[in-house]
Design a binder for this molecule. Structure first.
Ligand code: S3P
Length: 422
């Protein structure tokens, strides 16, 4: 094993979850918003295309996007199919927006998205009066929407999902009467935070949100902080590389997204979050990482909703740690862009790492040594990036085979990595 060395100071493109939401809020506001450092990923480009199909005007200038919204009543009724590609966030959040609009359309995705559950969003929206139906009357897209006036509801979500929560909150903005949304564990809270920043009548407690229309969203200027999920790949690489120091500037450090950092610290990683500052009701900071030896941890008592997207790269960290690591409550990973629970275990086994899945618990028993057979990224960007980091740590050099796949969330991933590997 020829350990690489990582040195540098980097900035990442804007956080994907925030970027989707900002585009949608800009479309729902009346007037021109100005968004800097939007995520460069294909998923966010998909949201932009769907909004353009609805008649929203956009203009790109360097790292800036000008977007002119007219509110939901200005959406053009194109009757076209709205293609959401690989992006669950686009499809599920847009259902919340379109359910209460005057638009009729069909939303579908690629083969991966058309296999992912959608009733979790349809059920609460129907309770609000929405006319939504999947084309095959099952739990999968495509979904046909006939926009209708909605009314508020009180909803206890059976699943801790920010996509479900955000779809309901977006629908609630223009519904008649108040909506109360409750979830058993707090999922990422960017939607609530942005609405509070806009002065909307919203009360957001840890597991319960109350929103009272009417709502008039104002156009805004926003400089999107770097993506914390993408940052985790660089943090794990720098931790496990030799004599390394990496600074990742201006990253979103919202507490609902920091589960992976907490786990890595528990494993012995040397991570400092400094210069923490408030920005538009979110938290932003600079992350400083230096090399360290990791030990396995029992993470079964930690809430998986805070690190669900990071399980592939946390598992890579576990594969290079001393002793076993266990993550529990990973059922939601089965319905991500791929079956990410199986995909993560299979990926590690290709490197000789003993991993076990029992129900929704994943245990990584022993270390990665060498590539025994080619791993399968299953077309999933987070698995592809995890493989790139394992390859780098084992061989000391970059691999770069799956760049097309990285582009779903972070097209800058590969060249940024190239710039810091010494
Ligand atoms: C997201 C929510 C999470 C996450 C996804 C992005 C969001 O999905 O896995 O990558 O931006 O709201 P769920 O809400 O389905 O858990």
């Amino acid at each position: 094993m020829k350990k690489p060395r990582i040195q540098g100071r980097i900035r990442l493109r804007g956080d994907k979850s925030l970027s989707h939401r900002l585009l949608m809020f800009a479309a729902l506001a009346e007037g021109q918003s100005d968004i800097h450092n939007l995520s460069g990923g294909e998923d966010v480009a998909t949201t932009l295309r769907v909004l353009q199909q609805l008649g929203v005007l956009t203009e790109e200038r360097d790292d800036e996007l000008l977007i002119t919204g007219g509110g939901p009543s200005a959406f053009a009724n194109s009757h076209e199919q709205m293609y959401c590609g690989n992006s669950g966030t686009t499809l599920r959040l847009m259902l919340g927006i379109l359910a209460g609009s005057k638009v009729s359309c069909e939303l579908s995705g690629d083969n991966s998205l058309n296999r992912r559950p959608v009733q979790r969003v349809i059920t609460p929206l129907k309770q609000m009066g929405a006319d939504l139906q999947t084309t095959d009357n099952n739990d999968r897209p495509p979904v046909i929407v006939h926009g209708k006036p909605l009314h508020g509801i009180t909803y206890d979500s059976p699943v801790a999902s920010a996509q479900v929560k955000s779809a309901v909150l977006l629908a609630a903005l223009f519904a008649e009467g108040e909506t109360i949304y409750r979830e058993s564990s707090q999922s990422r809270d960017h939607t609530e935070r942005f609405l509070a920043f806009q002065g909307v009548n919203i009360q957001a407690k840890v597991n319960s949100i109350t929103i009272r229309p009417p709502v008039h969203l104002q156009p805004f200027v926003y400089d999107v902080p770097g993506d914390i999920s993408t940052a985790t790949y660089f943090i794990v690489a720098a931790t496990l590389a030799r004599d390394s120091q990496l600074v990742i500037e201006n990253v979103l450090v919202n507490q609902t997204r920091m589960g992976a950092i907490d786990i890595l610290k528990k494993m012995g990683a040397n991570i400092i979050v400094e210069n923490v500052r408030a920005y538009r009701n979110e938290l932003v900071g600079d992350i400083v990482v230096t090399s360290s030896e990791l030990h396995g941890v029992d993470a079964t008592d930690l809430d998986s909703v805070r690190f669900i997207d990071e399980v592939p790269i946390l598992s890579v960290a576990a594969a290079f740690a001393e002793g076993p690591t266990t993550f529990a409550n990973l059922g939601e990973l089965r319905v991500k862009e791929s079956d990410r629970l199986q995909g993560t275990a299979d990926m590690l086994r290709c490197y000789g790492c003993d991993t076990q899945i029992e129900a929704d618990t994943l245990t990584i028993v022993a270390g990665a040594r060498t590539r025994l057979r080619p791993p399968d990224h299953r077309g999933d960007h987070r698995l592809a990036m995890a493989i790139e980091i394992i390859e780098l740590l084992l061989s000391g050099s970059l691999h770069g085979e799956y760049q097309e796949c990285f582009a779903i969330s972070a097209p800058e991933f590969y060249h940024t990595l190239q710039a810091i590997v010494a």
